[in-house]
Design a protein around this ligand. Structure first.
Ligand code: GDP
Length: 473
């Protein structure tokens, strides 16, 4: 049951750790057993006396990076002696000027003098392999870097502080204790009595599984809060689609991303409804055509809707409902949909109300469909929209309630694996199978939980996880 990690390289690695753009300061990181001796070949202190070997660990010095006699840059250089460093190895960080060319020259010098270019995530991988952090903390580091909203940042922080790790460890210990007891009792029946044990074990497993299932249940909400909701806006011409998008975008500059890999590029715009993030897909269609449904055809509209987790269907409430509306509502019936009856500021001309809509489309289950009266002109109904999204996706809580959320799909899958294995133990107890049957499934559950924190992982998984990291981290 020990960790299987074979290809841990022992060489000294380097990488540019800061962004590749012109900036005041850039940091080049070096880690490994030869970090000090390699840097000594290219570093001269300001008074031309000190070498890094004489440098007091965990302090920072001013000096120069030189290629033979040529000064490459003025730098501040810090030395963190193993094991008191990010990787638990000797780590040198060179703070140079942040220009891309100068950072690259320093990097090339390090490579020439014996370093190897680090792979993405290799510094953190070393921190993990050297036992400084568990796998959940390593993953949290990347999540902190990539966090796009407050929730994502807070939940990655709490994971980085070890909250997921402690919880998983606690659950594993409970399982391990039972495994050990069964093993001992089977080895030494004279001193261990298993009478009544299956019932007791059943209770313990149920309680562990209710904790696991609680964690699994936080995952969907956690993912939505962290990653946002794929949303599509549909509606007839002039209903107010682009006005809705503009209202949601507000003063914040929209981030437009191209997602390749589909039949044509889809334009996605990220907007915030308070703390809830919506990724509105195909906004090009909204902005550039007058009639999304008609121009793209119902079939394409169907595929647009099927890509989304949420459909915002906006109607001009001053024009009467027609067959096309019916088609659109029909299209959305299996999706989480919110209907917006727009232009409520034109109160003298209202032709569609919530009651009319529900009555006319009673055969299409509109009873569960949230309907909100809005005015994009006046900004009416946005708070109600926020609440409706929270109702559909977040159990009605706009603000996160739990302290701990599972936001990583890998963790969720492994929790589910552990849960299923523990259910098999309960099954064996109910079938009155002998105790040695329990241990197979207890071991599987223990291993699945171990994989979350990295105590039962193979090389492949470690490679896969760290390859998603950025350079220099
Ligand atoms: P789209 O074709 O669905 O994208 O609709 P637009 O957002 O371009 O809006 C069509 C027209 O309706 C524009 O002239 C908007 O200014 C107007 N409009 C949009 N929302 C409202 C609203 O809530 N009230 C009023 N009175 N006019 C609106």
């Amino acid at each position: 049951m020990s960790t299987v990690l074979n290809n841990f390289s022992n060489d000294t690695i380097c990488a540019i750790a800061t962004a590749m753009s012109d900036a005041g300061i850039g940091i080049i990181r070096v880690s490994g057993k030869d970090a000090v001796s390699i840097c000594d070949k290219i570093y001269i202190s300001a008074n031309k006396e000190h070498t890094l070997i004489k440098h007091v660990p965990n302090s920072i010095r001013f000096g120069y990076i030189c290629d033979d006699s040529k000064i490459i840059d003025e730098v501040m250089i810090s030395y963190m002696k193993a094991p008191h460093s990010y990787t638990k190895e000797d780590v040198i960080e060179i703070n140079s000027h942040g220009g891309m060319l100068v950072m690259n020259e320093i990097l090339q010098l390090l490579l020439k003098n014996g370093c190897r270019l680090a792979e993405p995530g290799e510094f953190t991988k070393r921190a993990f392999l050297n036992g400084r952090i568990d796998l959940t903390k390593a993953e949290a580091i990347m999540d902190v870097i990539r966090a796009q909203n407050n929730f994502a940042l807070e939940s990655s922080r709490s994971q980085l502080q070890g909250k997921v790790y402690s919880k998983i460890k606690e659950l594993r210990e409970k399982i391990l204790y039972q495994m050990a007891f069964i093993e001992s009792a089977l080895d030494d029946p004279e001193n261990y009595d298993l009478t009544g044990f299956p019932e007791k074990l059943r209770g313990i497993i149920e309680s562990v599984n209710s904790e696991i299932s609680f964690l699994i249940n936080t995952a969907d909400e956690g993912k939505i809060r962290k990653d946002g909701i794929k949303t599509v806006i549909v509606g007839k011409p002039n209903a107010g689609k682009s006005s809705l998008l503009n209202t949601l975008t507000g003063d914040e500059r929209a981030i437009v991303t191209d997602i390749a890999g589909t039949t044509r590029d889809i334009i996605e715009e990220t907007v915030r409804l308070g703390d809830i993030v919506l990724h509105v897909i195909d906004t090009a269609g909204i902005r550039n055509t007058d009639d999304v449904i008609e121009k793209i055809g119902v079939d394409k509209a169907k595929s647009k809707v099927s890509e989304a987790d949420l459909v915002l269907y906006i109607l001009d409430s001053t024009s009467a409902l027609d067959d096309e509306d019916k088609q659109i509502i029909d299209l959305c019936k299996d999706k989480k949909t919110i209907v917006l009856l727009n232009k409520n500021d034109l109160s003298d001309n209202i032709k569609i109300t919530e009651d009319i809509l529900r009555m006319q489309f009673s055969e299409i289950k509109t009873d569960k469909l949230p309907v909100i009266s809005t005015s994009m002109l006046k900004g009416n109904g946005i708070q109600e929209l926020k609440e409706a999204v929270a109702d559909l996706f977040l159990n009605g809580d706009i603000v996160p309630k739990q302290e701990l959320y599972i936001t990583n799909l890998r963790h969720k899958a492994l929790l589910k694996e552990a849960y299923d294995s523990l259910m098999l133990v309960i099954d064996s107890i109910d079938k009155k199978l002998s105790e040695d049957f329990y241990n197979v499934d207890l071991t599987n559950a223990y291993a699945a939980l171990g994989e979350i924190i990295g105590e039962e992982v193979g090389d492949d998984l470690v490679e896969e996880i760290f390859s998603k990291f950025c350079m220099g981290k």
